[in-house]
Design a protein around this ligand. Structure first.
Ligand SMILES: [Zn+2]
Length: 72
């Protein structure tokens, strides 16, 4: 399990490698508002070059398992 703190606080080393790993690019569940929001945050983070925030969004996406509760 994750602590939710898998960013690279001091970092700069190795962060870019994460972007090439498919398992760290989880696909948002269709119809889940939380997943959709996280996917949007991830995209925005990438566009501004914030790899820490993008990785954080990926961790949250991967750990989100209560999708059903968010469906209308
Ligand atoms: Zn979800």
């Amino acid at each position: 399990m994750t602590t939710g703190n898998e960013g690279a606080p001091g970092g700069g080393v190795g962060a870019a490698v994460f972007l090439s790993l498919p398992e760290l690019q989880p696909t948002p569940v269709e119809g889940c508002a939380v997943c959709g929001d996280l996917a949007a945050r991830r995209q925005e983070a990438r566009e501004r070059g914030d790899l820490s925030a993008a990785t954080d969004a990926n961790v949250r996406l991967r750990n989100h398992r209560d999708h059903a509760e968010n469906r209308p």
